[in-house]
Design a protein around this ligand. Sequence first.
Ligand code: SAM
Length: 262
Amino acid sequence: MVLGGGSAGKAGAVWLVGAGPGDPELLTLKALKALQRADVVVHDGLVSDEILDLSPASARRISVAKRKSRHSYSQDEINRMLVAFAREGLTVVRLKGGDPFIFGRGGEELEACRAAGVECHVIPGVTAALAAGASAGAPLTHRGSAQAVTFVTGHAANGREPDLDWASLAKANHTVVIYMGLSQAAPIAARLMEAGRAAATPALIVENASRPDERRVVTTLSGLAEAASALSGPALLIVGEAMALAQAGGGLVAEIVREARA
Ligand SMILES: C[S@@+](CC[C@H](N)C(=O)[O-])C[C@H]1O[C@@H](n2cnc3c(N)ncnc32)[C@H](O)[C@@H]1O
């Protein structure tokens, strides 16, 4: 598909674009081209200035960053904003961290565009889990020790525990990647162990994957909560036998935890 639209008199369109995990070199060429043609960039908080600066100086930038306790824009307002700009004939880039369809609410924005009759395209991005596994040198699937990988959210409405299929997640030789799980690391680890996952299962936490301030902590399922308590995120918790290949690094915390396990 070729990028188009944006000039006066032409129909506008919305491009849901994955910005990747942070490192601008992990942007796709297609994402870069979309940014370079944008009239408006509507972005969330995990997108760096380095990436935003790839859009034209003339492009309007609107941050719709969400914070834990406060939303600067509701999802409904964002949906309406995208539709309204496209109806003005603009090329709208909705830039999201990672991939728009992995815990990114891209599906809701796509549905809103479809309902409004607005053209909408999706450009995938490198989701955080892929960057985290890559930089730690730990494959998410691995012959003999990880026949499946499951991405789950650790975040549930009203600060409660997420409603997950713990029995399924507790199966051995299966990698579980938990997004938005840092503050819930203790109950998540407890649930997995109660459901039968071994306490000694290798685990990895990666904070700020692919960014200059990335930190990786190598631990076990039973050590997950303590390791998580030293980090502030954004971070992924990854549990699974294949995490035995993971290498810690990137900061003091990683070294401290590693020594404590030795
Ligand atoms: C709302 S979700 C968005 C996920 C995003 N769409 C993706 O595909 O990576 C935000 C969560 O993704 C994870 N995350 C995003 N970027 C990250 C990064 N660079 N390093 C570690 N975790 C990251 C964290 O768990 C964070 O709380």
